[in-house]
Write a protein that binds this ligand. Sequence first.
Ligand code: NDP
Length: 291
Amino acid sequence: MGDFLPALMGSFSTPAGDNPTSAIMAASFRATGEFARYVNCEVPPDGLGAAVRGAVAMGWLGFNCSLPHKQAVLSHLDELTPAGSLIGAVNCVRIADGRLIGDNTDGKGFLESLTPLIDPRGRHAVLLGAGGAARAIAVELALAGARRITVVNRSAGRGRELAALVASAGETEASCVPWDFAFAVPSDAEILVNATSIGMAPQRELEPDLDYGALGPGLVVADVIPNPAATRFLQRAREAGATTLDGRGMLVNQAAVAIQQWTGRPADRAAMRTALDRALDDPSSLADIDA
Ligand code: NDP
C-alpha cells in the first residue's frame, strides 16, 4: 500500500459524537501494528447514499452503520449475509472489489461473549425486548441451535413479529409474552438477556420489571447496555446468585468481528476492552490518544 496510505474504514450515523467505536478500533490497530484509520462520520439520512459511494470511491475496506441507517443502507448493498438478511438490518458492510456486502455483527458479538459462559445449543433463552439488538441476538441464538426463545416485549405486535422471525430461522421454538407485569422467568430457562434500553445512562436507576425472586444460580444473565457496565439489572441478578455478563463484551466483539472481516486479520480484544472502559468511564483520558 505504500508507507503513507493507511487502510481506511469508518462509521456512518447521526448523532455520531458519543459513539466510542473509533477509540476501540484505534486501540486494536495500535496493539496489532495495523496501519489503518477508522473514521467516525456524522451522516444525515439524506447523505447516506453519497457517503456509501464516497467510501467505495476512496477504497475503504468497509464501514459500520449505526442509527438511523441500519435498515436504510440495505438499498445501497449488493449482497447480504444470512444473518443480515434474516435480521433485516445491517451494521457492518464489507467492500470487496467494489461490491458491498452487508452483515449484522451485533448478534455475533453477543454470542462470542456468551459462549464462554454457556453454549446456547439446546437451551431455553428469555429475551427482554424486540428491537434491533433483540432481533440480532434472537437470530444468532436460533442459528446457534437454541431450543426455545421466549420474547418478552412491551409492544405485543413487535414481540410477535420477532417470535415469528425466530421460528422461521430454523428449529427453534419461539413464543411471545406481552410485557405489562413483573415477568417471572420460567424455571427451565438457562439464559436471560435484557435487550431493551432500560437502565442505560443517564437513567441508571431503572431496571426491567421482573420478579427478581425467580432468578438464581444456574441462570446466565446478560445485558446489552454498555453504559454503565454494572446495570441495576445485572446487580440484582448477581445478588440472586446468577452468572452475569455485561454489554461491553458484545460491543468489543462486534467491532473485533468487523476488523477481521475488513482486514482479514484478528483484532486485539483486550486492548479494545481497555479502551472502551476508558472511553465510557473516563472520557477525558482519551484526549491523549488517536481516537
Ligand atoms: P430499539 O429502539 O430498536 O428497541 C428498544 C427495545 O426496548 C424495544 O423492545 C422496546 O419495547 C424496549 N423498551 C424501551 N423502553 C422500554 C420500557 N420503558 N419498558 C419496556 N420496554 C422498553 O433499540 P435497540 O434494540 O437498537 O437498542 C436497545 C439497547 O441495546 C440500547 O441500550 C443499545 O445501547 C443497546 N445495544 C447494545 C449493543 C452492544 O454492542 N452492547 C449493540 C446494539 C444495541 P417496545 O417494542 O415496546 O417499544
